[in-house]
Design a protein around this ligand. Structure first.
Ligand code: H2U
Ligand code: ZN
Length: 340
């Protein structure tokens, strides 16, 4: 008899059409490989050497204002530039390249150097949500900007350059790979079956319950059935909204509350300020309506079994397909057991 909690199997991600291998029987295998340094989290409220703290100078000499809530500025080392000249290259369809204009910004979540999303007050988190919504609207309104990617790299393990609470926004002319796959898949689902892929998925998860982590009136956090990272989560609005700008004030409060509750749970899992990459996926901003698009946030944390042992995406993951040991249901159960 096949046992889903023990026997190897693969699961389908309907947002990307990709499969993930699940090998639950391996969860107890020994680990003698690399361990991470356990981060010591004693940051001052203000760091005179931090390039994100209020009033300090950034690389290149610009001085930050004495900001008191959120603060947005153009990235001094932007990966994309708005005035990139238009160029295209195509050799036999095998060598293709095209110029890519874009705008990159940095968003400081708080003037306090020592805070994280988990430690911020609800009202300040709501400011972050409003700032993201305003940036999505402002950048998305630029005629050539077709996609606005809001994200946060949290923790040195994820490549964050600074503990000061901040995220980034990259907006560019062509929809990047991940949201392009999701656009295609949500559209195909609506065309074939009517309804919305993520509305239907959320209804199913709420009936089932075993992958739900926490919920409030407006948002639900769950470990998706097809999660790749051990403690990956998906944050979904209960109502069908395609972008942050569609959220009414009470739903924005709901998102702020969900971010706080989820990150507080994460911090308790291994008793450290939990590293992750998180980002919002919203409808493209090329002017088409995208009625099938359902706003959501992905959290991709790298840690596997403790503060010092991380999941590597190597070998079979790189060459074959992603693989996980602990089941999504087991991960959800552990996250659910923690307090907020
Ligand atoms: P990360 O921690 O996710 O790398 O984000 C910090 C960003 O801040 C990074 O993209 C930018 C870097 O380019 N930055 C500035 O814009 N100005 C500075 O003075 C230093 C860092
Ligand atoms: Zn700082």
């Amino acid at each position: 008899m096949f046992d889903w909690t023990h026997d190897p199997h693969r699961r389908f991600n309907p947002l990307t059409r990709e499969w993930v291998l699940v090998s639950p029987h391996r969860t107890d295998r020994p680990w003698q490989g690399q361990t991470e340094e356990k981060a010591v989290d004693t940051e001052p409220a203000y760091d005179p050497k931090c390039y994100l703290c209020p009033g300090n100078s950034r690389a290149g000499g610009v001085r930050n204002p004495a900001y008191t809530s959120t603060f947005v500025f153009d990235n001094d080392f932007a990966a994309l530039k708005p005035d990139t000249p238009v160029e295209r290259f195509d050799q036999d369809g095998l060598l293709q390249a095209e110029s890519e204009p874009g705008i990159c910004r940095v968003v400081c979540f708080s003037p306090r150097h020592d805070l994280t999303l988990a430690g911020m007050e609800l009202a300040s988190l709501r400011q972050v949500v409003d700032t993201w919504a305003d940036q999505y609207a402002e950048l998305g309104a630029i005629p050539w900007v077709r996609y606005v990617q809001i994200f946060e790299n949290r923790g040195a393990m994820m490549g964050a350059s600074n503990p000061h609470p901040h995220g980034q926004i990259w907006s560019n002319e062509r929809v990047p790979n991940e949201p392009a796959k999701e656009t295609q898949q949500q559209h195909a689902y609506t065309t074939a079956r009517g309804g919305c892929l993520l509305c239907d998925y959320l209804a199913l998860e709420l009936r089932d319950g075993q992958r739900i982590v926490c919920q409030n009136e407006h948002f639900v956090a769950l470990v998706p059935f097809w999660a790749v990272w051990p403690f990956e989560t998906l944050v979904l609005p209960r109502a069908h909204h395609g972008a942050l700008t569609d959220l009414a004030p009470d739903a924005r409060d709901g998102l702020a509350d969900m971010l706080r509750r989820l990150t507080r749970r994460y911090d308790q899992l291994f008793q450290i300020s939990f590293p992750y990459s998180m980002g919002l996926h919203q409808r493209p901003t090329d002017g088409a309506p995208y009625p099938e698009w359902h706003l959501h946030a992905h959290f991709y944390p790298p840690l596997l079994r403790s503060a010092t042992v991380r999941k590597f995406m190597v070998g079979y993951e790189l060459l074959g397909q992603p693989q996980r040991d602990i089941t999504p249901e087991g991960a959800a159960e552990r996250l659910r057991a923690l307090s907020e």
